[in-house]
Design a protein around this ligand. Sequence first.
Ligand SMILES: [Zn+2]
Length: 94
Amino acid sequence: MASGADVQEKLKKGYYSVKERAGKSEVWKKFVSIIDEDGKELPFVACKECMQVLAYTTKIGNSHLNRYVCFIYLSFEKFIFACLINQYSVAYMY
Ligand SMILES: [Zn+2]
């Protein structure tokens, strides 16, 4: 399976596209699904603000998406801290 970094790269280069998710949860206001070349939904989502890619399946659940802190809204010190948190939660997923 593709890693988050691969997916991020393909998304930036335009191979993959994004799709709004229909769902009641607050997290779907912040994240979009990632769609591959064949129109299939990947087990990843992207932050709408900064395009950070995070693993997501219904099995994993979305609690790590709830904890996610977007880099765009942070001061530099908080940014470093958020990197650590996000890296931890992303690493934890694999
Ligand atoms: Zn973000």
